[in-house]
Design a protein around this ligand. Structure first.
Ligand code: GH3
Ligand code: MG
Ligand code: MG
Ligand code: MG
Length: 293
């Protein structure tokens, strides 16, 4: 594991890349590209860059266009871009900053200045990432929180609607959790929530996610997954949980499953349907999975 921050250097002249890399390679992990297309590719590949140093004059796609494309994509728009360029005209600098670059450095580069500016922007980026991560996750269990569910759920919902692809949700509610808290104490209750959350995210594919919906309720959102497959997955999780015995206790949950259909106007209506199925699962005896009609 390499926990150095990652810098992507983009310049059509390898000697320019060399100069920057010499200055930075001690403190950072370096990725390099000598044209715009390759830069866009590398910007989306692991390890994702924490900062991009971008030349402006390049054959083919120039740095301005690369920057515009980076800022258009959800995946790369938060990555700070610094133009490193031979152009020192004020209007070029203005234009670069207008496109969303955080800084503008002119060649020939002075190592101490470059290092200092880069350090500042890397620190800001890392602070931003940390705050963003805190804002998206549930503090107790570490799975995503409701805020993330609203944001990302809405986006995935629109995408599935637009492309007519499958999307399903599983709503999970621990059975008789109040009794567990009452009998075993709140601290044990918390440990059980942590164990259940871990279990519910353990089998997710890259495009799925688990979020804490409320106290002892969780949601799993499954892209490219129909109701039958989601029900099978819920059944598998139900069984795994019944066998888990967190804190040495028998813990079960009830599961409501719903699949995106024409009738759903928004993610809330899909969740509501899963909630109704969950209610049926509770009514009919708990520790079971019900797929909404
Ligand atoms: P049912 O089978 O009908 O779902 O019964 P239940 O007892 O699970 O449902 P109820 O909604 O009555 O109780 C949920 C309990 O979850 C009550 C609340 O104290 C507990 N709870 C909610 N959040 C937390 C938490 O963060 N930690 C702990 N330990 N308990 C929590
Ligand atoms: Mg150039
Ligand atoms: Mg509940
Ligand atoms: Mg419950």
């Amino acid at each position: 594991v390499n926990d150095k921050a990652v810098i992507l250097i983009v310049d059509d002249l390898p000697s320019n890349i060399q100069t920057l890399a010499m200055v930075l390679k001690e403190s950072y992990q370096i990725k390099v590209a000598t044209d715009g297309e390759r830069a866009l590719e590398l910007a989306q590949q692991e390890p994702l860059p924490d900062l991009i140093l971008l030349d402006i004059e390049m054959p083919g796609m120039n740095g301005y266009e690369v920057c515009q494309r980076l800022k258009k994509s959800d995946m790369t728009k938060a990555v700070p871009v610094i133009f490193v360029t031979g152009n020192n005209a004020t209007e070029d600098e203005e234009y670069g900053l207008q496109l969303g670059a955080v800084d503008y450095i002119t060649k020939p580069v002075r190592p101490a200045i470059v290092q200092a500016r880069i350090r500042t922007h890397i620190t800001l980026k890392q602070q931003y990432d940390k705050l963003r991560s805190i804002a998206m996750h549930d503090q107790l269990t570490g799975v995503y929180n409701r805020h993330y569910l609203n944001d990302t759920g809405r986006r995935k919902f629109s995408r599935a609607k637009r492309h007519a692809t499958d999307l399903s949700v599983i709503l999970v509610d621990i059975d008789h959790f109040k009794a567990i808290n009452d009998n075993e104490g709140h601290l044990t209750g918390d440990k059980i929530l942590i164990a259940v959350a871990a279990l519910l995210s353990s089998t997710n594919r890259a495009e799925d996610f688990t979020a804490r919906f409320g106290g002892e309720e969780f949601v799993i959102l499954l892209e490219h997954c129909d109701g039958a497959a989601a029900t099978a997955k819920a059944e598998q999780l139900r069984q795994m949980l019944a066998d888990l015995h967190p804190e040495g206790l028998k813990v079960t949950a009830s599961f409501g499953v719903a699949q995106l259909g024409e009738r759903h106007e928004n993610i809330e209506s899909l969740l509501k349907e899963a909630d109704q199925a969950l209610y049926s699962a509770k009514e009919s005896g708990r520790n079971r999975v019900i797929l909404a009609e």
